[in-house]
Design a binder for this molecule. Sequence first.
Ligand SMILES: [Zn+2]
Ligand SMILES: [Zn+2]
Length: 418
Amino acid sequence: MITLCAFANTADDIKVIKQQDREVIERFKSYLNINTVQPNIDYYPAVDFLKKEAKRIGLESDVVEIVKGRPHVIIKWKGRDPSKKTVMLNSHMDVVPADPAKWNSDPFEAFWDLTNNNIYARGSQDMKCVGMQYLEAITNLKAQNFVPERTVYVTFVPEEEVGGHGGGMNDLVKSPHFDKLNVGFGLDEGLASPDEKFEVYYGERVAMWGIIEATGAVGHGSAFIKNTATEKINRVIQQIFNFRSSQEQELALRPNKRTGDVVSINLTSMKAGHTKDCGETYQMNVVPRTAQVGFDIRVTPHVPIKQVDEQVNKWASEEGVSIRWVQRSEEHHVTDLNDEHVKVFLDSLKSANVTFNTGVFPAATDARFLRAKKIPIIGFSPMNLTPVLLHDHNEYLNVDVYLRGITIYENVIKSITK
Ligand SMILES: [Zn+2]
Ligand SMILES: [Zn+2]
């Protein structure tokens, strides 16, 4: 018997939702309610929640801390043949900050708007949805008495949004805990897509975060001083924006290219002048000694990192100008779309009439650490008909899209664990 449950925001807006689906959504909302905002996250409420979830489903869970306070929750669904390479279903627990003033509802309330059936919450797309959908898919498969051939690990990791270092995935993959998992194939996050087709990613762009600093002559604010820091940084900024335009044009001129196929750069910080943090007093009529810009470059696997590196070094080649890297990778790692596990994954989508594009994830995620270990990884978040709102205000996911994602994962998990 199916219990139907009617509830509404307003009297004239009644939606009827199956009791079982309502429970699924309430569990999703509960995870979204847990504040895991960068930085300095208290992960333990999320860990406790996930451990309880594992228990509910009847699965073992383990908590691994490579760095104290940075737990990884590893939920295990034992396969019929534990000697076989396993399948990893990964998601990160942390989310980026949300400015409540810019949201129509509290970003952690997980407001369920029944007029459009959307759930508004930080993490609803990136990527608490995916973590919970894996668990719900397993719940359903267990109810059907399905037992996987390969063992499945559902992993919930910390610190993705700050680069996976300091106890995140970068450190997990280097630890003996990881080797014990014996992972042969895995899934990690992708992006929403506004149309019917889903997005499937076989690689990602490399993030290069750097700061260019210029030092120059100082003097009176009324004079024509030569070689000032701000003049030098202005030339750097011009070159950054010229390069940015060239890539934007490349994208506009070639309809077959997508963001993941070009190099992007954004200026993400600027600093100059006699501010307190330079140890000098603020003074409007003194030409500053230093000026700096911070930038975020994303290099597509279609372009060698060395080429971009040389370009940036040229920008910083003037006398008194230097560059410092905050974070960068030296290599691209992509998954072969002809890999046997990948083919099984893609076939499982096709057999469920899920249409998709394959491409390069325009941002970066923990998949890169796994790919660096030669493990085939696909980036896939089952969100079609959804605007891309990760890191944005009023991030949301539609309930029907969320529920369909669970069904898609059921089909995927059945196939990739064979
Ligand atoms: Zn993410
Ligand atoms: Zn993110």
